[in-house]
Design a protein around this ligand. Structure first.
Ligand code: AMP
Length: 417
């Protein structure tokens, strides 16, 4: 099988890394890829990245299967383009990708399909939103409608901050009931009928330890089957994922950002692709042949497919550029990756490039240092001792990735009930 992966981040490096271990994957390509992927796949320039360009690229390398990492090509219709030309691809159509593209669309869909979610009101304008505030208690959640890379959500503790959030965000908004509970990332692979759940994960969104500082694309994640008990996972599948797949015939990776509330799991948002950084620890634990599973997904043949996981949890620590998620400089030399890998971790590249003197930083999130262990504490130790070997100027990373999992186990409180 000749397989093309679209994307250039840590998520796509993890896909290429796991695919490289599939006996059926004879040739791997990545577009545009990154220096980490270059050791495992042939990198191909992405051009303008438009659906037609990506199809021509897949045809030129005669790809048997294409896997899409980021949301932009999905929203632009790359899956529709490939299917019309009879080429196999894993991902949702542009129509199904709207579940991520518009928060108002998604919330109205949840309501119509009877999927548990926070009570909400869709406001067409800031004035409308200001009037609607009377109907909510505090804290209240204000969300911008469109794709905002995690920056369009404000949790307002009181009326004055809600009003200023409404004015700052502007445009179409969702006003939403605040939910308390623990957040879980639950991803399922589907062919439009059959649903195959991945192991659950938890993300760490804020830049600093202890859930402080501004939100980022994700500073780390861990994957541990104990995040959900069997009943919790079943409830998510029955009340959230399956009704969505039945109503939309969604294909590809459906990522549910969930709040595990006292009243059961509720959906905060869908992403229409794998999460980054959740993919890195999830795929680190996957034992099943990934190429075979993805081919089955693209062919509509996921019936009867189940995934097999290493029992030990895994942890991914993101090493970021100084200043991220705000302004940062690039071009700092990176050292210590071989030492980190010798210490038992897998280092996924996210924002790196090859400069005149070797590997250097080229983005906000630079590397994802990922390790597994017999238990969560061991996985955390391994990831952090490997991270300790890596250096680039002004780097920073959180020191508490996975700690919320350890806390929960120590208190013996399950998330799924
Ligand atoms: P979203 O983009 O909708 O996933 O929101 C981003 C983050 O804001 C989530 O990961 C939560 O941490 C938080 N959040 C969003 N909606 C709510 C809500 N209704 N109640 C509490 N926290 C929320």
């Amino acid at each position: 099988m000749r397989i093309l992966v679209i994307g250039s981040g840590g998520r796509e490096h993890a896909l290429v890394w796991r695919l490289a271990q599939s006996p059926g994957a004879h040739a791997l390509f990545a577009t545009p890829g990154n220096p980490g992927m270059a050791r495992l796949a042939t990198l191909v320039p992405i051009g303008d990245g438009a659906p037609g360009t990506l199809l021509a690229l897949a045809e030129s390398i005669d790809a048997d299967l294409t896997v899409v990492g980021p949301e932009a090509p999905l929203v632009a219709g790359v899956v529709d383009e490939f299917r019309a030309a009879g080429r196999k691809i894993v991902g949702p159509t542009a129509k199904a990708a709207q579940l991520e593209g518009s928060k108002i669309f998604a919330k109205q869909f949840f309501r119509d399909a009877g999927i548990p979610t926070a009570a909400f009101l869709a406001a067409e304008s800031p004035d409308h939103a200001l009037q609607a505030l009377d109907r909510f208690n505090y804290p209240v959640v204000i969300k911008a409608d469109g794709l905002a890379a995690g920056k369009g959500v404000v949790i307002a503790p009181d009326r004055a901050s809600a009003e200023s959030a409404i004015r700052n965000l502007g445009g179409r908004l969702v006003i939403e009931e605040f939910l308390s509970g623990e957040e879980v990332s639950f991803i399922a692979l589907t062919d439009g009928r059959n649903v195959v759940p991945l192991a659950p994960a938890q993300d760490h969104k804020t830049v600093f330890d202890g859930e402080t500082g501004p939100n980022t694309g994700g500073m780390g994640a861990y994957c541990d089957s104990r995040i959900l008990n069997g009943a919790g996972a079943q409830r998510i599948l029955d009340s959230i994922i399956r009704p969505t797949v039945e109503a939309t015939r969604f294909t590809g990776f459906l990522y549910a950002g969930l709040m595990m509330t006292a009243g059961g799991p509720k959906i905060l948002e869908y992403n229409v692709r794998l999460g980054d950084p959740e993919t890195q620890p999830i795929l680190h634990r996957l034992r099943t042949d990934l190429a075979a599973v993805l081919l089955a997904a693209a062919a509509g043949e996921l019936g009867g497919v189940t995934l097999d996981w290493d029992p030990g949890p895994s942890v991914c620590v993101v090493m970021a550029s100084g200043g991220y998620p705000g302004k940062f400089d690039s071009g700092f030399p990176i050292s210590g990756i071989n030492e980190a890998e010798a210490a038992g971790a897998t280092v996924f590249h996210a924002g790196t490039r090859l400069g005149p003197h070797g590997l250097e930083t080229a983005g906000g999130r630079v590397l994802g240092v990922t390790a597994s262990g017999a238990d969560l504490a061991e996985a955390i130790d391994r990831a952090y001792s490997a991270a300790g070997a890596i250096h680039f100027e002004r780097m920073h990373y959180r020191r508490d990735i996975g700690a919320k999992g350890l806390r929960r186990y120590n208190q013996n409180v399950g998330t799924g009930t």
